[in-house]
Design a protein. Structure first.
Lengths: 123, 203
């Protein structure tokens, strides 16, 4: 092996680097699987490019209810689903305000869902 | 720029997606993987339809490959003809062409999705060395279908969490690419070892 290293240093180093890269990604995958299997990390923070449908899917809520609570237009208004940034631009308000509205709506809906689940569980 | 592009997906969805994969296959820095993952997420949310989304992503990539290949054939091949006038270089080039003839299909297929950063360069090289168009196209289409299927599919499966999808897919592809490289180099090392044992070292 030592002789091989002396004769083909590039080949041996390339092989070792490839092994290291594989190990690195295996480690990364393990870390990510552990991280993402925690339910607390499932929900994706609301961002300007998201549509209400996307947010609803991420948080497992009903998009129509979010629309109603946050006072947002339904996808039919323009004929295509609108990202929050587009709605904010049409209204002339900062997108952060809209995100705050949506987050409030999410919190309300989650609270309601938790209460209903509690009621169903109670005898 | 990525966020700005992502916000345009629900409105211009398919064209934008096709354009992104098209330009990324020309080695331009377009965030194709994030776009495909997000489009998959929008499919899961009901904002885009699955088959057209998948077709747009794959179609853009396939068209980009063709442009690269033909650019190689029209521009690269006359350049190579000049290089060939030097006999030493001609010999090296012939070696490279022979290697492509033997392993070209696998190379084209794998550089679409597993070693995707190499894809645009393989397009140029195959085009300029006179690699067969039919074989290139068949392997290219198969590779692009795997590429877009993986990313749109992961985006769909991890609906609403493209960060998670991107983390997972990135790691898995990293393991595959690193592992495949290690195996190939390992085999090469083994044959070098064998050659060393069977006689006095020649290299």
């Amino acid at each position: 092996m030592r002789q091989l290293w002396r004769q083909r240093p590039y080949l041996v180093s390339a092989f070792l680097i490839a092994c290291a890269v594989t190990l690195f990604f295996a480690g990364r995958l393990t870390v990510k699987v552990i991280y993402w299997s925690n339910p607390a990390h499932h929900n994706q923070a609301v961002e300007p490019w998201m549509t209400v449908g996307y947010i609803a899917r991420s948080w497992r809520l009903d998009g129509r209810e979010i629309d109603a609570l946050a006072g947002l237009p339904l996808p039919e208004v323009k004929g295509h689903p609108q990202p929050l940034s587009e709605i904010a631009k049409d209204r002339g308000v900062p997108v952060q305000d809209l995100i705050a509205e949506v987050e409030k709506a999410i919190a309300t809906l989650r609270f309601q869902a938790a209460q209903e689940a509690g009621k169903a569980a109670a005898p | 720029m990525t966020d700005w592009l992502l916000a345009l997906v629900p409105q211009y969805g398919l064209w934008l997606l096709a354009a992104t994969t098209f330009f990324s296959c020309l080695a331009l820095p377009f965030p194709a993987s994030i776009m495909m993952l997000t489009a998959g997420g929008f499919v899961a949310a009901g904002d885009l339809a699955l088959l057209p989304t998948f077709a747009a992503a794959a179609g853009g990539g396939i068209a980009g490959d063709q442009l690269g290949f033909w650019a190689g054939r029209k521009v690269g091949s006359p350049l190579l003809d000049r290089v060939r006038r030097d006999p030493a270089r001609d010999k090296l080039l012939q070696k490279a062409v022979a290697m492509l003839e033997a392993k070209g299909i696998v190379a084209v297929f794998l550089t679409r999705w597993l070693f995707s950063p190499l894809g645009p360069w393989i397009n140029l090289v195959t085009g300029s060395t006179g690699y067969g168009w039919h074989r290139f196209t068949a392997a290219g289409i198969a590779g692009e279908v795997v590429w877009s299927g993986l990313y749109v599919g992961m985006g769909y499966g991890f609906a609403g969490n493209i960060t998670a999808a991107s983390d997972m897919l990135g790691s898995v592809l990293g393991i595959l690419a690193g592992g495949a490289t290690a195996v190939i180099l390992g085999l090469w090392l083994r044959s070098a070892l064998k050659a060393q044992r069977s006689g006095p070292a020649q290299e």
